[in-house]
Design a binder for this molecule. Structure first.
Ligand SMILES: *Cc1c(COP(=O)(O)O)cnc(C)c1O
Length: 457
């Protein structure tokens, strides 16, 4: 039965479904209907004893699966910070899927090794990072934060003559961690996984936009990891790297920047003032799958201390074949890993520097448009400075805000989530899709208006 691979029909069938999906996704309801969600119960079954026909498997997946997806590819999904995917990225990923390359070692896939080297260079130039910076291609910023902080941990202990890989944490010298009160939860998770302990964090207060307050940062030293943020997950605000990194460099401390979506501001001529000074950090975490709109499962750790990164993530084994070319596994926690570099390369090659600049600047402009149009409607208020792509909207009271958000979600014209901002309920709009047009914004604003009117039927 596995010989069905010779039968091109299932690939054609899959391609047919995929294209059908792409044709409808920009117009369909942004969130699945109740019915589609209820129908997912079709998948609840014991592992079948008998094998199924391949086309039947695809048929079920398409019929019940596709209806229960969220239309994140389209232009009116504003939830979390969810990028769309540029078509060329999906197409390249599709080819890469059939190649099924493991990106662990050069000898396993010379192609992914080459593309990783090339994209590493492109990223360094685009963000203006130090020449000695290396990149690891991971699943997302959660993992990139973990890798950057693992490199930091390795280096600071090493400077104290403590090899963390060999000696572990017991009786280890003290490492300080300093970060802002709005650090992303994945930063905290990395601190936990690395055994550094959240209780050991020296928390720094933030200003009304969620930026770390530089004047409150405690005295830094060579045993400190300072974690900053390019793009607050609610307000989109950027820490003041320029003043902070100079101070940190003098103190010889390690600065890690969580720039999941915001680091990309550094690639845009009109927005790069936001990341000024970030090149003086030691490690950076950024996503491809948010602002750059690669398909999902694409994050990058960048580290100016290659030895620290590769030592922190080192793998050895007598059967491994190290190459003089790049062996991707030394820069990531995994050994086997799909060659996600294929679609990242394709998107960067396709857009070029100008295309990246234009796409991200457009997201910013749509965000400004959104903020302006929603502010004109009585009953809505924008409560953050829209410096990048995040807009925090509030109604008169917490209760109304929650109710209106609920109505917006039920209307399914657009989708967004809620959050809390300094103790108040807010609606959180994140514009990070290449597909969001001016019309999409206006259409979504109309849905906000309708949702507000529905409040008291
Ligand atoms: C999304 C996000 C993360 C986590 O990234 P994933 O790609 O989801 O793992 C970390 N930090 C910030 C600021 C984010 O917005």
């Amino acid at each position: 039965m596995f010989l069905e691979i010779r039968n091109k029909e299932i690939f054609k069938q899959a391609q047919h479904y995929a294209l059908e999906y792409l044709e409808s996704v920009f117009e369909r309801n942004v969130f699945p209907t109740e019915e589609a969600i209820n129908n997912l119960s079709i998948f609840e079954e014991e592992l079948p004893v008998d094998s199924s026909k391949a086309e039947k498997v695809l048929e079920q997946l398409n019929q019940y699966g596709s209806a229960a997806t969220t239309a994140t590819l389209g232009g009116r999904y504003f939830g979390f910070v969810t990028g769309s995917a540029i078509p060329i990225g999906l197409a390249a990923k599709n080819i890469g899927t059939y190649w099924d390359q493991a990106a662990a070692m050069n000898v396993m896939s010379p192609l992914s090794s080459k593309l990783e080297s090339v994209v590493e260079k492109w990223l360094k130039q685009l963000f203006g990072l130090p020449g000695e910076t290396s990149a690891g291609f991971v699943s997302g910023t959660s993992m990139a934060n973990l890798c950057g902080l693992a490199a930091a941990r390795y280096r600071l202990f090493k400077n104290n003559n403590w090899d963390i890989n060999q000696k572990g944490l017991r009786n280890a010298p003290l490492i300080r961690i300093v970060t802002g009160k709005h650090a992303h939860s994945t930063v905290l998770k990395a601190i936990s996984i690395l055994g550094l302990g959240q209780e050991n964090i020296e928390w720094v207060d933030v200003d009304e936009q969620g930026r770390i307050r530089p004047e409150l940062i405690p005295e830094l030293d060579e045993n400190t990891i300072l974690i900053l943020q390019a793009g607050n997950v609610n307000s989109g605000a950027f820490d003041d790297f320029h003043s902070i990194c100079i101070q940190a460099k003098k103190a010889n401390c390690w600065v890690h920047i969580d720039g999941a979506f915001g680091l990309w501001a550094g690639a845009v001529e009109k927005l790069k003032y936001l990341t000024k000074g970030m090149e003086d950090a030691s490690s950076w975490a950024v996503d491809g799958h948010k602002t750059l709109n690669t398909p999902y499962d694409c994050g990058i750790v960048l580290c100016a201390d290659e030895e620290a990164l590769t030592s922190a993530l080192h793998t050895s084994g007598s059967y491994l074949i190290e190459s003089r070319e790049r062996d991707g596994m030394f820069y990531t926690p995994e050994m086997s890993r799909r060659a996600r570099i294929i679609e990242l390369w394709a998107i960067m090659k396709y857009l070029g520097k100008k295309g990246i600049d234009e796409m991200i600047l457009t997201m910013h402009q749509r965000s400004k448009q959104f903020a302006e149009e929603i502010s004109e409607i009585r009953g809505f208020e924008v409560i953050n400075d829209v410096v990048f792509n995040q807009i925090l909207v509030r109604c008169e009271t917490d209760e109304i805000t929650s109710q209106v958000l609920n109505n917006i979600q039920n209307l399914r014209e657009c989708w967004l989530g809620g959050s809390e901002w300094f103790g108040k309920k807010v609606m959180r709009v994140s514009i990070c899709s290449w597909a969001t047009t001016e019309k999409d914004v206006s259409r979504s604003i109309a849905s906000f208006k309708k949702a507000l009117e529905m409040k008291n039927p």
